[in-house]
Design a protein around this ligand. Structure first.
Ligand code: UGB
Length: 599
């Protein structure tokens, strides 16, 4: 009470709200006015921020926290009344006619899309010290995830405008959600690389704020153990993206500019853009309001399962059920074995890869009602079975894929399943944890993420008619992986399967130890026979035909132990480095038609 005198009027309101919400413990140890006044004002600056950055303010946060903590204490099942079943969705087969048609439709639609990348997480599971967006997607070219994402969006933009008579000047927006953990470093990577070729105005960074931690079942806010004038905070989850987009005003701006789709994606899936055109094509063709991208999922794999939930009162929804909730939900619903593989060797519930495509009009309509707030959950770690105290403070969390939970039954919610090898290879687990993954389940490590890029590119070329050697098996950082030829290309070279097919002839061959880097748009592999390394680059105005046999010592993979601190962290976590022994490097930097035909 005494300290109120030092506060400006707006802060006094906040202090009253805190007291009313049972938070007087926060000031209990405060000294009299005159001592630590600056710290006290800083405390209220933080309260103001926490209040403003949460839809409904701190009072609403505390109220929801109390309800959810009580449900958790009572062990209430969040799916009470719902019965799970396997939903039906669009199942795509890479390279068949329907896939090619969906890709074409998707590319046409892309100029009406905006991309939203959620990248506020630090990736504790990966144990990497930098931001994940700056990690190399593969180390043959060393290009990071962010560069690949931006180049893919630019390639889509250009290809999409190609369908407009006379071309178009569309700039597909890219929003990146950052957090205090990632914001400065994301901006720095963008600025120091000239936004990887994107206009700087095309990229919009929205920073999510952390939320207050909760010390006990009464939702009393937790103070920072090292600073009694600071509330302890933790990330609120990727679900923040909806409220941030809504409050930024971007959605209405996009609608006024004629956009139709918002595509959400995550920080480290190097294969994602193999799936984007076809998935967008599905959304456009089926007029889906929500389309989640999915892959076949191994039972107990740490990705959510897409599930149909039917309530006793008749309501149904198709929604992601997070991996830690699926097994108990199934067991409680009569599936006595819980989350297990069926005869296909996979769980019957497709795996959510958190690539969502939302139709903009219905998205705005929904957010106008909710303000973008997403159903939250709380996951306290209790000290003992009495559930009366926590091991450490907790907080409310929310997930972006829970968006459909508030949608009316009329909403068209669908999903699209694609092959894992084509669409999904995230980098989430550190080498030690990855090596412990049960056999047959994916590692989701830097090792498997990079190998998956080579595998997907090799399989795409194979499907397009190139003869590619079979992979060999090898072990890096304790993980057995398939090693395919190290094939990489610029997104604008092979944005869709139809585009790849146009650029490769039937009489090409690539041996398993080879490396093939395609760094140009109009490079045609006519009769290439590669046993070694070929790095070929060209400007857009050059047409290059590649013919004949190329043989050299190539680039080899050398094992690196993840504990060997003499290597940079981004190399150590994949367990190998590339030794560039010998290569043919060909660069075409002038317009014209050329043939690369080594003797
Ligand atoms: N992220 C944020 O932007 N802000 C945050 O506060 C937290 C994260 P994780 P998670 O792909 O396999 C998700 O930690 O949450 C970003 C789905 O919930 O990598 O364990 C972060 O930067 C799950 O259903 O994943 O699991 C990253 O880009 C499944 O689809 C993204 O959010 C799983 O991803 C995901 O964060 C998966």
């Amino acid at each position: 009470q005494k300290n109120l005198s030092i506060l400006p009027p707006a802060q006094i309101e906040l202090a009253r709200m805190l007291v009313e919400m049972g938070q007087s413990h926060l000031f209990r140890d405060w000294p009299d006015p005159g001592v630590d006044d600056q710290e006290k004002l800083a405390f209220f600056d933080q309260i103001k921020l926490l209040n403003e950055s949460y839809p409904g303010g701190l009072a609403s946060y505390i109220k929801t926290a109390r309800e959810l903590l009580e449900d958790s204490r009572l062990g209430k099942n969040p799916f009470d009344g719902f019965t799970p079943s396997v939903p039906t969705g669009e199942q795509l087969t890479f390279g068949d006619d329907s896939f090619i048609n969906f890709e074409e439709t998707g590319i046409k639609e892309a100029r009406k899309a905006a991309f939203v990348l959620v990248a506020g997480g630090l990736g504790e599971r990966l144990g990497y010290n930098g931001i994940k967006l700056a990690l190399p997607r593969e180390t043959t070219t060393g290009k990071c995830f962010l560069q690949h994402y931006i180049e893919s969006i630019l390639a889509l933009q250009e290809a999409s405008c190609g369908y407009v008579e006379g071309g178009c000047r569309t700039e597909i927006p890219l929003v990146i959600m950052t957090s205090d953990d990632t914001h400065a470093r994301t901006l720095q990577v963008l600025k120091s690389n000239a936004y990887f070729g994107m206009a700087s105005t095309q990229v919009i960074l929205l920073k999510q704020e952390k939320v207050a931690c909760l010390a006990d079942n009464d939702a009393r806010l937790a103070l920072d153990p090292k600073n009694k004038y600071r509330i302890q905070t933790k990330p609120h989850g990727h679900g923040d993206v909806h409220a941030l987009l809504y409050s930024s005003g971007l959605l209405k701006k996009w609608r006024d500019e004629g956009l139709r789709w918002v595509l959400f994606f995550q920080d480290t899936n190097g294969l994602l853009f193999n799936a984007v055109p076809a998935a967008l094509g599905v959304s456009a063709t089926k007029q889906y309001h929500v389309n989640s991208l999915a892959v076949p999922r191994k039972a107990k794999e740490a990705i959510g399962g897409i599930t149909k939930l039917t309530h006793a009162d008749g309501r149904t929804m198709v929604i992601n059920v997070e991996y830690n909730q699926l097994d108990p939900l199934l067991r409680a619903s009569g599936y006595s074995d819980g989350d297990v593989n069926c005869e296909t060797g996979y769980s019957p519930f497709p795996g959510n890869i958190n690539q969502l495509i939302l139709e903009l009009d219905s998205y705005i309509e929904e957010l106008s009602k909710t303000g973008g707030s997403i159903k939250e959950f709380v996951n306290p770690k209790y000290k003992d079975a009495s559930k009366s105290a926590f091991k450490s403070s907790t907080r409310l969390e929310c997930m972006m894929q829970d968006y459909p939970k508030t949608l009316p039954p009329t909403a068209r919610v669908g999903f699209t399943v694609m092959d894992t090898w084509l669409a999904y290879a995230p980098v989430k687990n550190n080498p030690e944890d990855a090596a412990k993954v049960p056999k047959g389940n994916p590692y989701h490590s830097a090792t498997s993420g990079e190998m998956a890029v080579y595998r997907a590119n090799s399989l795409i070329l194979k499907k397009a008619g190139i003869h590619i050697d079979e992979p060999v098996k090898d072990v890096f950082n304790g993980q057995e992986v398939e090693v395919w030829p190290r094939v990489t290309w610029l997104p604008k070279w092979g944005l869709s399967f139809a585009e790849v097919k146009k650029k490769v002839g039937a009489n090409c061959f690539v041996s398993q130890p080879s490396t093939l880097v395609i760094n140009g748009r109009n490079i045609h592999l006519e009769t290439l026979s590669l046993n070694g390394a070929l790095i070929i680059s060209s400007v857009d105005s050059a047409e290059v035909r590649v013919e004949g046999a190329i043989q050299n010592k190539g680039w080899t993979l050398e094992k690196v132990d993840y504990k060997d601190a003499s290597f940079p962290e981004e190399i150590r976590i994949r367990g190998f480095r590339i030794n560039k022994v010998e290569q043919l490097e060909a660069t075409y930097d002038q317009p014209g038609s050329f043939t690369l035909k080594p003797q």
